[in-house]
Ligand binder design. Sequence first.
Ligand code: KIV
Length: 261
Amino acid sequence: MMSKKIKNILLKKNKNKIVSLTAYSKNYAKILDKHCDIILVGDSMANVLYGMKNTHKITLDTIIQHGISVRKGVKKSLLVVDMPKGTYKNPSEAKKNAKKIIKRTNCDAVKIESNNKNFKIIREIIKAKIPVMGHIGFTPQFKNTFRVEGKNKKQVKKLIKEAVSIEKAGAFSIVLECITPNTAKIITNMLKIPTIGIGSSLNCDGQILVTDDILGLSGFYPKFVKKYINLNTAIEKVVKKYSKDVKNKLFPKKKNFLYGK
Ligand code: KIV
């Protein structure tokens, strides 16, 4: 049986845009939960949080640990956890690891990047009653070089076939990463499940971005990111002030003392 949260996401198709962001910890998640429909514990944490060169080495246990933290901040949004590279090589491994993610984090769904072959894996996870979000276009677990997809007829055809196969496998939504506006439009119109775009224009049912990017914290700002604030500068100002206060004995003040004068 489909959960109420998943049903609500499906109902937004062709009505309201789906708002989605990534979170890796409770404090962020708590804020995001007020305004997001979907919160993703993305494997982008590999680059953003752990400074790795790509997402390939982030482990299942690390993702789970962050999922546990994020869960503590999420009440109303649908919580999706990314399955890291290498954790869904075959149906039985995929099922075992998806179950582990759900059991340990209590999330609502898992996300799987498509390699245009793993449709059976999606089907098997769904058979185990675990909702799956698909992911096509630029899929960092399988592609090393960044490029926009869907620029020529051959690519468009391939992407459409891939998206349809993921829907047929039973996914409840699909991320379209860095796909041309026209291809995103064709896929969004063709599918019954909602598409969530990142760098794929307005022609999607919703949008997702990496939270640290929109906050100006990650240092990675491709054209498709809107940097809403430069939190790097704001944090630095605070740290500088704190440093000055400590050095000049302006902190702690009496009001900060726990005991005595
Ligand atoms: O890992 C991630 O954050 C993602 C989003 C960018 C879609 O997969």
